[in-house]
Design a protein around this ligand. Structure first.
Ligand code: PNS
Length: 165
């Protein structure tokens, strides 16, 4: 059984993330989408909301499940018998940081391999942070995130704006 972990913050999940998850699911027997839960960082969506969104977005993928994790990603991988961490690389800009993390993770847990998948060109500019910024300023993010995520995004950003008034 080859199990891989697709880690991330997923605030919120985008079609770029889903493309990597689908492709990882084709390469490994089981994929665990691991949502990083770092209480010190403020997010638009709570860990529970992010996990629920990913659950809905991956519901038709039989070998994918979603979980939350705290602490070191490598500890999570070892505890859950995962042999690989799968990450998407959008552009050269991603590489410096991702390589540094992969090398640090390899130092901590040499049995866990990091696998980089090149993001499809259609998603290479898609980032959760930009999606939130564009949606927050009234821009159209359809096609960048699943429709149900777009609706939740609009709802959350609208209620936030109202609370700030
Ligand atoms: O979607 P993101 O924000 O790029 O995801 C980053 C994440 C959650 C994968 C990364 O921050 C992470 O692995 N956090 C867990 C803490 C950890 O293991 N830190 C050491 C990394 S070398």
């Amino acid at each position: 059984m080859r199990r891989a972990v697709c880690p991330g913050t997923f605030d919120p999940v985008t079609h770029g993330h889903l493309d990597i998850i689908v492709r990882a699911a084709g390469l490994f027997d089981e994929v665990v989408v691991a949502v990083g839960v770092n209480a010190s960082k403020s997010r638009l969506f709570s860990p529970e909301e992010r996990i629920a969104m990913l659950g809905e977005a991956t519901a038709d993928l039989g070998n994918v499940r979603v979980d939350g994790f705290t602490g070191l990603l490598t500890d999570y991988c070892v505890e859950h018998d995962a042999h690989a961490i799968v990450k998407g690389l959008r552009a050269a800009g991603d590489l410096d940081y991702e390589l540094q993390m992969a090398q640090m993770n390899a130092r901590i847990a040499p049995s866990v391999e990091t696998v980089f998948l090149p993001t499809r060109a259609a998603h290479s500019f898609v980032a959760s942070s930009l999606v939130k910024e564009v949606a927050g300023l009234g821009g159209d993010v359809s096609g960048l995130v699943p429709d149900f995520v777009r609706a939740l995004l609009t709802e959350r950003l609208t209620s936030r704006a109202a609370a700030e008034d």
